[in-house]
Design a protein around this ligand. Structure first.
Ligand code: SF4
Length: 251
């Protein structure tokens, strides 16, 4: 590890120390984000935030709380999250003014999947991995979004080539799903996200300090190395094009 990654107290530097780096347009982007989230609350209720408790999502929850907006937050507790993520969930539930709703998979479905397909099924094929995501994520997501008019996500254009065109407001699934989707951080850089976290001392998942930029379920997430793509640590054994769990895949 180089000296730049070591703090003055000779302890490993934290993610905000390493990553906070506001872009030149940050103030304008923040103002646009705040206006968008306010508009979502005012004009698209009932609206909810989908939170994985990753860096982008803790920023959005912090914005919702600081703007005192009536936007509940939901977390998909898949039963396979890291202990660090579960601990952050507990802290968020304790301190957030916005309601934090937790959605879990049907236990019978999980048990049947493991019993019939095996403990390591997710590593055997993309289809089996997506079946697991369907049980642990997609089915709870459908319950979380039931009755909602809109949802808010932490998608950013920078995260992957598949997300390079993510708009601030996505109305493309209103006809099929009846849902508007807001991506208020679409144009934020990774440095912008961490600048906001550092400036506002937002609580975050300590796995980010261990080079996990994108955090999902424990069996399917690893740290990345210098030079690797942002989502390289997600389903790392699969081809790049397969790497979505379905939450943000258009039908
Ligand atoms: S990310 Fe992995 S453990 Fe989590 S639901 Fe998808 S396949 Fe299952």
């Amino acid at each position: 590890m180089t000296s730049s990654l070591i703090s003055s107290r000779n302890t490993p530097a934290k993610a905000p120390d390493l990553l906070a780096n506001a872009s030149a347009e940050f103030a304008a982007k923040l103002a646009e984000t705040q206006a968008l989230v306010r508009r979502a609350a005012a004009e698209y209720a009932p609206v909810t935030q989908a939170s994985s408790l990753g860096a982008e999502d803790v920023v959005i929850t912090h914005l919702i709380n600081s703007l005192q907006l009536d936007i509940p937050v939901f977390v998909l507790e898949t039963g396979a999250l890291h202990t660090e993520t579960l601990a952050l969930l507990e802290r968020t539930q304790a301190h957030s003014h916005a309601l934090i709703r937790v959605f879990k998979p049907e236990q019978d479905s999980v048990i049947q999947f493991v019993r019939n397909k095996g403990q390591d099924a997710i590593f055997k094929s993309v289809e089996l991995r997506k079946e697991c995501c369907g049980i642990r994520k997609m089915a709870p997501l459908a319950r979380a979004l039931k009755g909602q008019k809109a949802w808010i996500t932490g998608l950013r254009q920078e995260q992957s080539t598949a997300r390079a065109e993510v708009p601030l407001q996505d109305d493309s699934e209103v006809a099929t799903k009846g849902l508007h989707k807001f991506n208020p951080l679409a144009q934020w850089t990774w440095g912008d996200v961490w600048h906001y976290i550092a400036e506002n001392q937002v609580d975050y998942n300590p796995l980010h300090d261990q080079f996990f930029p994108s955090i999902g379920c424990a069996p399917c997430t690893r740290a990345i190395s210098l030079g690797e793509a942002f989502r390289a640590g997600r389903w790392w054994w699969e081809e790049e094009t397969a790497k979505e769990c379905g939450l943000h895949v258009k039908t």
